[in-house]
Design a binder for this molecule. Sequence first.
Ligand code: NDP
Ligand code: HSE
Length: 427
Amino acid sequence: MRTLKVALLGCGVVGAEVARHLALHQDDLTARIGARVELVGIAVRRPDRLRPGVPEDLVSTDAAALVARGDLDVVVEAIGGIETAGALIRSAIGHGASVVSANKALIAAQGAELHRAAREAGTDLFYEAAVGGAIPLLRPLRESLAGDRVNRVIGIVNGTTNFILDKMDSTGEEYEAALKEATTLGYAEADPTADVEGHDAAAKATILAGLAFNTRVTTDQVFVEGITGVTAADMAGARAMGSVVKLLAICERHPDGESVTVRVHPAMIPREHPLASVRGAYNAVLVEADAAGRLMFYGPGAGGAPTASSVLGDLVGACRNRLAGTAGSGDAVYRELPVRPMGEVVTSRHIELDVEERPGVLAAVAAVFAEHGVSVDTVRQHRGSTGTSLTVVTHRATDAALAATVEAVAGLSQVRAVTSTMRVESR
Ligand code: NDP
Ligand code: HSE
């Protein structure tokens, strides 16, 4: 029986689980692949770190030498970051190996270039784990839905922020308190910037949009707004209208069919929306396609073992292709549709105003909406302990018109403050 040689780059949260599961399921993997998989080297930064269940004799610090051995069949990259990981993957491909990666930041930034290198070398480049952790999502988009036309992908693709928003919703606490809890429980990293500012979700949205619409999307074309500005008042406003706030990644085909929009931002969704019930650090993605209709993918979006499950699935696929002397489907992108700016996205808004209690206030506010061509869906006025609050939910309008409306309303002498404003996604 043939033996396929595998190298592992990185042995942290994800890499260590890959190494453990490789050892644990060796016999089953051999049977499923039809060849023995031998882990021949593990590159790390700190060789003396304790890694229970990981063969110590395979650990080294020279990742560059490992990928340049020339006899590797598959390299699994679980280091993270862009520059070093990118250089190692290019070298691995250049030396004839297929690559499995969990690295969304790298694929979002250099996916086109890496796919080109893999195609030229006749090797595989797989990265199922990069979006949605354990959830089989990229392969269904790339392969199962290849005969359909995907129109929209909307999802919760960051577990850390979903945990924080869920905490804020269930306890009424402010963002900082919920972040602290997420950090204590190990959901948020010591530096949570990439998660809470939305960049992690934006990298995932970049990958999803490319696969869904077969078009090149770059990270700088993705509108990104994180959750650091979400307040307890926003949460209370959402609750009052039977909604919940989620950080959403939304990739849509524009109605003209010839352009797309890709965005990441917090939004209110109705509690009966399928994504509203996604709690804690879980992920879920809804895919809408012409023939298939609405599909929902749900599961653990992070964590060592769940992510290793996806990595190992890719590894099996790459090994099978290796045995067959072939490579699987490469880059899904074959066109460059324009990516429209956020201002042109059609959405709606929930706007909460602290207003003076005197005649003409409602008329003045309504006039501003009319001037900007924004139609009002509902208005609710209620008196709180500190004054009168006016809650307006708009019909759908362009994001630019909605933003201009909020700015103009904030400038009215009758409006003391805009206490909350958030986009609303009802479908
Ligand atoms: P960790 O920080 O836990 O692990 C990174 C590993 O890479 C460590 O073993 C580290 O070595 C090693 N490393 C860092 N730099 C080098 C280098 N120059 N040469 C060799 N080894 C190096 O990260 P994760 O396991 O959490 O993440 C890995 C990848 O998986 C990332 O791309 C991440 O985005 C992705 N991912 C992670 C998920 C998760 O839940 N953690 C979920 C989905 C994807 P040492 O151990 O010695 O420090
Ligand atoms: N930091 C990411 C999250 C890890 O919280 O979802 C999974 O990509």
